[in-house]
Design a protein around this ligand. Structure first.
Ligand SMILES: [Zn+2]
Length: 436
């Protein structure tokens, strides 16, 4: 047999997954983007607390075969800073005070899993996030374990056997780094009836430092012994993309230009007085790895030489550059974030870290260093650019050192399987249009 006739068949590398958290507002915008075939995401996370107002979007996603994951918001019902929010309406919440582990002793509140299973059945989800709580010295460990097993039994009993349970580990960054607590989380999840494992790590996300990102990647790798795909929840920006590129996780989950950092500290204390006002428009500057409001964006682009480096040149989201970024910040953000995830999927797994450093971090750092030399009319922009330069420099350094230390030998998370129904992009608009 001659050498030229030998074909080595490689299995395609598993694709990193992007999950979009629908949040409590903006569903009409998402529905319009889906109908116009401008929504690149195919995996969605709905909050149980807001599901009632999201029926049309949920059905539209269902028609195009999108994957639907339901977050039962169980952890919020035990969080002093969250129990009185919209989650107070859920049939498994206590509107009077946050739940404590003592509320779930023998024979107490043992019908909550049934209520959750019935809710899940009507929601038409492919998977549900386990009703677990923030890890606080193991106080919830037994309650959470029984809840996952109980929910599985109840789902099977009500006729929702096909709905998977994804485990949810909610943990502070320090606790995650602690080998003993991490071991306890691994042991607790080892034989649960679960598919993927989601991680919400306090303080980690779009604004994480270089040191914080490196620590997260190294700590999360310990969970690879479980053999389950890992997804980091409420995380975005270069730190989350780095965790994906370095193989610590197989998927990321974030909101529409929000919920890209998980603030566990805010869950632990009573909520501040609401000052009113809606959500501010946030415009994503990919190379700065941060957001500006509309006024800051205008001040930023008013500086000479900024447009050529920072204006979106992607005709699939911003044909008119800065004007489109300002007019359609959602489309711009979703297109760019999805592309960052998708591009990693086209690179062989063992080259993703290097690719991320050379093709995401380095150009961003060069652009940001250039911008830091300029004078901006808005002081907050000037400071933001200086901060971005310092943060990206430290992130690049930390990841560069980690990449060298790994020397290609680090373990990798599996990627989560797609649980919706495959559907060609070209069919989406027709299907959604026909149903509306
Ligand atoms: Zn754009």
């Amino acid at each position: 047999m001659s050498g030229t006739n030998i074909h080595v068949l490689h299995r395609p590398a598993p694709l990193p997954a992007g999950f979009l958290r629908v949040g409590h507002t903006g569903q009409h915008k998402l529905e319009a983007l889906l109908a116009a075939d401008r929504l690149p995401y195919r995996r969605f996370v709905f909050d149980a607390a807001h599901l009632a107002g999201h029926g049309d979007l949920r059905q539209a996603i269902g028609r195009v075969g999108g994957e639907i994951v339901l977050d039962l918001n169980a952890a919020e019902t035990a969080a002093p800073g969250r129990f009185a929010s919209a989650v107070a309406r859920l049939p498994w919440s206590n509107p009077d005070r946050p739940w404590t582990p003592a509320d779930f002793g023998a024979g107490r509140n043992d019908d909550l899993c049934r209520r959750m299973a019935e809710f899940v059945l009507h929601a038409g989800a492919h998977a549900v996030l386990a009703p677990t709580h923030a890890i606080e010295d193991g106080a919830w460990a037994d309650v959470d374990r029984r809840a996952v097993e109980g929910l599985r039994r109840e789902l099977d009993r009500v006729g929702a056997a096909s709905v998977a349970i994804d485990h949810m580990v909610i943990i502070g960054a320090r606790e995650l780094r602690d080998a003993a607590q991490c071991r306890a989380a691994i042991d607790a999840a080892a034989d649960l009836p679960i598919q993927n494992i989601w991680l919400r790590v306090g303080g980690f996300g779009a604004t994480a430092t270089g040191v914080g990102t490196r620590h997260l990647i190294e700590a999360v790798r310990r969970l690879h012994t479980l053999g389950r795909p890992l997804i980091i929840d409420m995380a975005g920006g270069f730190p989350a993309l780095a965790a994906l590129a370095f193989g610590a996780i197989g998927g990321i989950s974030h909101g529409v230009a929000q919920r890209e950092t998980f603030d566990l500290a805010a869950w632990r204390k009573p909520p501040p007085e609401r000052k009113g006002g809606g959500l501010q428009t946030r415009i994503y500057l990919a190379d700065l790895d941060r957001y500006f409001d509309a006024e800051q964006t205008k001040a930023f682009f008013a500086a000479r030489g900024i447009r050529s480096r920072f204006a979106c040149a992607d005709s699939t989201c911003c044909q008119s550059g800065v004007e489109d970024m300002l007019e359609n910040p959602h489309v711009h953000f979703l297109t760019q974030r999805h592309r960052q995830i998708e591009v990693l999927g086209r690179v062989p797994e063992d080259r993703r870290a290097e690719h991320f450093l050379l093709h995401n971090m380095d150009p961003a750092l060069r652009s940001t260093r250039q911008a830091a030399k300029l004078k901006f009319a808005d002081e907050t922009v000037q400071k933001a650019v200086a901060d971005a330069k310092a943060r990206l420099g430290r992130l690049r350094d930390a990841l560069g050192v980690l990449h060298q230390a790994d020397a290609g030998a680090a373990s990798r998370s599996r990627a989560p399987a797609f649980r919706g129904r495959p559907c060609k992009s070209s069919q989406v608009a027709a299907i959604v249009g026909a149903g509306s």
